[in-house]
Design a protein around this ligand. Structure first.
Ligand code: HEM
Length: 440
């Protein structure tokens, strides 16, 4: 058996932490020729990163039982407690059965009206020729949509205001902590750390108060009502208020951060490629013939789905973790217990052996004859296996609806001279999104 190659750029003591913080994407893309599995040092200890799609599939599906979630998720615990994203094994299965029904494909259709109406409200404020920071517009839209679908609140609600104020601070703080080589800096009483701790405290308190108010107030047809009344079918047990609070924070951060970045990249792609706007508009004209979009139309927008698949291929979540509780064999190599395994959808999606010319935006990759031939583990924007994202149907519904509503009425172009880069945090964000909008 061959040795496992060490990823390039290892520094004394820090290991690869510097690259993970400073240049993670080029660094990940430099790994394809190093073998199916590479060794990565997070500080002094080695971890492993599957490069071959089949090995990632082993980690997430076939050998999932050998893993807990690992250091990336442990860093999230002060925010989302021991909620779904952090659990593994039996405990995870029980919680997943309580949370998942709120995101069943038949349930998420209820949220369509919220998404369409909020998007129309956003575009109703636009004037021809407006110069907009579209990333900020999307952040505000995602907050409004999440607040209404998760807990039937609008943006004037006190809890929503607290979320609005604290979420950016919290997400930025997590990125700094997630891939640091040591946890010493986060324990120091610096201004930044104190602001981060206060933001988490305020967010948790505001949502806890909201949940207490919800108990006994009947079904409001939103996610929070479902979580508050969910019962395990065998034990009859539900979640405590604190557990519901942690789940809601996890869902809220995922909805704002993950759908928000997918939408920001979608509009960035559209602003840079007028031809994609033309294609999508042709499909919208064909399906809607000038009507307002209704829920059954969403599934008929096949080109839009291919477009979003490609957006999510290029900018998926870039890194999460697993941690072995038992030893596990990957690609013929034995990984010892208590070892971190890195999971990178980004690395898989940019693999030139699987996606030829990986940096170019090509929707034809998603024609059924190509998409159906992808190896397992090669395209995993929502993960796969027991931990596959429960919010994936909701996310696709939101993304398709928002893009459809905007493009039905508006064209979007980058402001003259603007160049958009990539800023890597918990997700990959556009550095900014300065656009000019015009009625079509
Ligand atoms: C485009 C948007 C989204 C993307 C790309 C995305 C991606 C992912 C990925 C890759 C995972 C698996 C992580 C792993 O295996 O380590 C995941 C898990 C999860 N996602 Fe999403 N997500 C999105 C939206 C959402 C939304 C809207 C929600 C909820 C409102 C959500 C809630 C969750 C939860 C709770 C988990 C943990 C599931 C478990 O461990 O059982 N996500 N997501």
């Amino acid at each position: 058996m061959t040795d496992i190659a060490v990823a390039p750029g290892r520094l004394p003591l820090l290991g690869h932490a510097w690259y993970l913080r400073r240049q993670p994407l080029p660094w990940l893309r430099s790994l394809y020729d190093r073998g199916d599995l590479v060794k990565v040092y997070l500080g002094p200890r080695p971890g492993f990163l599957p490069v071959a799609p089949e090995l990632l599939h082993d980690v997430l599906v076939t050998k999932n039982a050998a893993f807990v979630k690992g250091p990336f998720y442990d860093k999230l615990e002060p925010l989302i407690g021991r909620s779904l994203g952090l659990l593994a094994g039996e405990e995870h299965g029980i919680r997943r059965r309580l949370v998942q029904p709120a995101f069943h494909i038949n349930i998420v259709t209820r949220y369509f009206d919220v998404v369409r109406d909020e998007t129309e409200r956003m575009t109703a404020r636009w004037r021809p020729g407006d110069r907009l920071a579209l990333d900020d517009e999307i952040t505000a839209l995602m907050l409004a949509v999440s607040a209404k679908s998760l807990f039937s609140a609008d943006v004037e609600n006190e809890a929503v205001r607290v979320v609005q104020r604290t979420l950016p601070l919290v997400m930025e703080g997590f990125f700094r902590r997630a891939w640091a080589a040591t946890s010493i800096p986060e324990k120091l009483p610096t201004r930044r750390n104190r602001a981060f701790d206060a933001a988490i405290r305020d967010l948790r308190r505001a949502l806890y108060d909201l949940i207490v108010a919800y108990r006994g107030s009947g079904d409001r047809g939103d996610v929070l009502s479902m979580l508050v009344s969910a019962r395990d079918s065998s034990s009859g047990q539900g979640m405590t208020d604190l557990q519901v609070r942690d789940e809601v924070i996890g869902l809220l951060t995922a909805a704002c951060e993950d759908i928000g970045t997918t939408l920001a990249w979608s509009f960035c792609t559209l602003a840079e490629r007028p031809v994609e706007q033309d294609r999508l508009r042709a499909e919208l004209d064909d399906v809607l013939a000038g009507r307002r979009i209704e829920f059954p139309d969403v599934d008929r927008l096949a080109y839009l789905q291919r477009f979003l698949n490609e957006v999510l291929r290029l900018r998926p979540p870039w890194l999460t973790t697993r941690h072995t509780r038992d030893s596990v064999v990957l690609g013929g190599h034995t990984i010892p217990p208590d070892t971190t395994v890195l999971v990178s959808p980004y690395l898989q999606h940019h693999n030139p052996r699987v996606f030829p010319d990986p940096e170019s935006f090509r929707t034809d990759r998603w024609l059924p004859e190509h998409a159906g031939a992808l190896p397992r583990g090669a395209y995993v924007p929502f993960g796969t296996g027991a931990h596959v994202c429960p919010g994936r149907h909701f996310s696709m519904l939101v993304a398709r609806t928002v893009v459809a509503v905007v493009l039905s009425r508006w064209t979007v172009a980058l402001q003259p001279g603007a160049r958009v880069g990539e800023k890597v945090a918990v997700s990959i964000h556009p550095t900014s999104l300065p656009v000019v909008v015009a009625p079509r």
